[in-house]
Design a protein around this ligand. Structure first.
Ligand SMILES: [Zn+2]
Length: 354
């Protein structure tokens, strides 16, 4: 194995600017473990760590990376491991950290904890050969999955599950418009909508991506193009009534269309704003159609265990799995960031640790 190394953001800069450095992995404190990482996956949050976000200060220097999978190498004194996890065993990481003692944490809403943050934002993340994480953030790897699949799974599936099940309260038979069906979270949403008995209409940027959305289980996959024409197509596909749920993460460019294709009494759930974070809209559309808008960020750590139990029920034909776009060597982490930023891929960008 290579000498331990990590990528570091010493000051904010463009995607791809984290700097490689050698380091000596620290010993875990009580309640924490050290993992020897085998794979990590990138998210938009990695780009925030690198590029910085106004009004969202991060404690630099910092190693980016929220998602990872590896082997438990060392445990802090007195640390208790979750069920199915053992020293020397293979694990994946739940990306959210919280205080564990506030009212939100005590009722299980850890993502509403005032101290909530993700790995790679509040402490060093997974763009490294080793990482320190709380033992409570470990989960066994789903049956028959390799480290790359395990690393690509937690953040986007947790996000999509929270949005569809807990924020939108999706019911079987309902229709969901999924923007950005080729993104990590979009490709997770398409599969979860199908697994939950809904109908997904995916929106993507190309015919090639549309084909892949069909393969994932989308009932329809539309190439974005002109948004007015797209809205008309969605209304046609839904017998003029519009969709029950809009799965939003694209933001300013699509927000008006999301309102226009959402049916009366429908729900718009959003977890991102990749095309712009400020928008205006006609409030009359909101109240006249009685639309509910709900914001979402990550999800309860416990829900990863729910997802894991669904995967264990059918290990040879799991109802959903992460879609991997491209695997880089961890040494090429900056190139992986630039690839994610370019947005041309389909699914998750992963780094394998040499
Ligand atoms: Zn808390």
């Amino acid at each position: 194995m290579a000498d331990p190394f990590r990528f570091r953001v010493n000051q904010h800069g463009p995607a791809g600017s984290p700097v490689r450095e050698a380091f000596v992995p620290a010993n875990p404190k009580p309640g924490w473990v050290r993992l020897e990482l085998k794979a990590m996956a990138l998210n938009r949050l990695d780009l925030w760590t690198t590029e910085g976000l106004p009004g969202f200060p991060l404690p630099l220097p910092l190693t980016p990376g929220c998602d990872g999978a590896g082997v438990v190498e060392a445990m802090g004194e007195g640390t208790v491991l979750p069920p199915g996890v053992e020293l020397g065993g293979s694990v994946m990481i739940a990306p959210g950290l919280s205080c564990g003692v506030c009212p939100a944490c005590l009722r299980g809403d850890d993502m509403l904890c005032p101290a909530y943050g993700v790995l790679g934002h509040v402490c060093d993340g997974t763009a490294a050969t080793h990482v320190l994480v709380p033992a409570a953030n470990l989960l066994p790897i789903p049956p028959n999955w390799d480290f790359e699949q395990a690393a690509a799974f937690p953040l986007v599936f947790l996000t999509a599950w929270e949005m569809l099940v807990h924020k939108a309260a999706l019911r079987p038979g309902e229709t969901v418009l999924v923007w950005g069906g080729g993104s990590g979270v979009g490709s997770a949403a398409i599969q979860l909508v199908k697994a939950l008995g809904g109908t997904a209409i995916a929106v993507v940027g190309s015919e090639a991506k549309a084909m892949k959305c069909w393969e994932l289980g989308a009932e329809h996959a539309l190439v974005r193009g002109d948004l007015k024409a797209l809205a008309a197509k969605v209304r046609d596909l839904t017998g003029k009534r519009g969709v029950d749920v809009v799965f939003e993460h694209t933001g300013a460019a699509t927000w008006g269309t999301s309102l226009s294709v959402c049916t009366r009494g429908g729900r718009i759930v959003t977890c991102g704003a990749t095309t712009g974070r400020e928008t205006t809209f006609d409030l009359r559309a909101l109240f006249a159609k009685q639309i509910q808008i709900r914001g979402s960020y990550m999800g309860r750590r416990e829900h990863l265990w729910s997802l894991l139990s669904l995967l264990r029920r059918n290990p040879t034909n799991p109802p959903f799995r992460p879609v991997i776009d491209q695997v880089f060597d961890l040494a090429d982490y900056p190139a992986a960031q630039r690839h994610l930023e370019a947005g041309q891929g389909f699914g998750k960008v992963v780094c394998r640790v040499p």
